[in-house]
Design a protein around this ligand. Structure first.
Ligand code: HEC
Length: 296
């Protein structure tokens, strides 16, 4: 993934340098570079020629030696003919096949060497590949490679999620609109908090968490702070050491959803009334019945 992105980045960077990129200065620069290169090449050739004529004039012996070396050069033409399996024109008679159509004859030319080399190397490659990956299993095949990469990606994803969940603190926590955190927070609440705050948050040793009255503030940031640091002198445990920041975020989200649920046997409200920030309108609607209930 990362390498893919990197590659994409470098290609866009490279294409910025392509001719006609819209930036006139880039184009001028490229043209200037090409002209300079041609000029350099031309002057190198001129210098080379001048040197040669100087050698010819001053050291005729050395010049003759160099000339001899030149004639002993590799015979490219022969190599080329061999590579293409070309036969000399004198052998044409031997190559002719016995049939002809309307005067058109066919030559039995050999298959070019380069083609044979390519052909046999693909067969060899195929056999080796089959043996290595499918018979002996020395290397992971495509399927296994895919599985392995997916497993690695899944691990990285879990690590990332765990890390980002645990980077939460009282200044960064927000109400999770999807409700996923609150859902997983319920189990944490039942295991750790229900003893003091009641199974439905109706209160007990600890205050009622389902009403709109809060001792320490009803914002999720306030809830997170109380859960994390506790109120030890009043009997509320600090959970910092027991729960991870991610778990505190989950249980805090769960507590926010308890507001207004009106469970049976509620403990009397404590602290100040706080309107839930997230949905002002429904809080407005709730205000009347709650007030009436309190009078009753
Ligand atoms: C041992 C009993 C006990 C346990 C267990 C406990 N609490 Fe509390 N909690 C209290 C008490 C007592 C208070 C009131 C503190 C005060 O008066 O300031 C309180 C206060 C709170 C408040 C602040 C309420 C307000 O009105 O501002 C929140 C939120 C809270 N607890 C959440 C939790 C959560 C979440 C857990 C579980 C992870 C938990 N508590 C476990 C006893 C407990």
């Amino acid at each position: 993934m990362n390498t893919l992105l990197l590659a994409a980045e470098t290609t866009t960077k490279a294409s910025e340098w392509v001719f006609g990129s819209g930036n006139i200065y880039n184009d001028i620069l490229i043209v200037a570079l090409i002209i300079v290169m041609i000029a350099l090449l031309a002057s190198a050739l001129v210098v080379n020629k001048a040197m040669k004529s100087i050698i010819n004039l001053t050291m005729p012996q050395l010049a003759a030696e160099q000339q001899k070396k030149k004639t002993k050069k590799i015979d490219w033409q022969a190599i080329w003919a061999k590579l293409l399996s070309l036969r000399p024109i004198e052998e044409e008679k031997d190559l002719e096949i016995d049939h002809e159509y309307d005067g058109i004859k066919e030559l039995d030319n050999p298959v070019p060497a380069w083609f044979n080399a390519l052909f046999y190397s693909t067969i060899t490659f195929g056999v080796v590949y089959l043996l290595v990956y499918h018979v002996f299993g020395w290397g992971p095949n495509q399927d296994q490679e895919y599985q392995r990469e997916m497993a690695l990606a899944e691990k990285a994803k879990q690590e990332f999620l765990a890390q980002s969940a645990n980077q939460i603190d009282e200044s960064t926590i927000e109400v999770d609109a999807t409700g996923a955190l609150a859902a997983s927070g319920k189990a944490i609440y039942m295991a750790n908090c229900a003893v003091c705050h009641g199974n439905a948050g109706e209160g007990g040793i600890g205050p009622n968490l389902s009403d709109e009255y809060w001792l320490h503030g009803g914002d999720i940031k306030d809830v997170f702070t109380v859960v994390k640091y506790g109120v030890p002198e009043k009997g509320m445990v600090p959970w910092e050491q027991t729960l991870t920041p991610g778990q505190i975020a989950e249980v805090s989200n769960y507590i926010i959803t308890l507001t207004g649920t009106n469970p049976p046997n509620p403990k009397e409200p404590q602290g100040e009334k706080v309107k839930p920030k997230a949905n002002e309108e429904s809080a407005e609607a709730l205000a009347e019945p709650v007030a009436a209930e309190n009078e009753a």
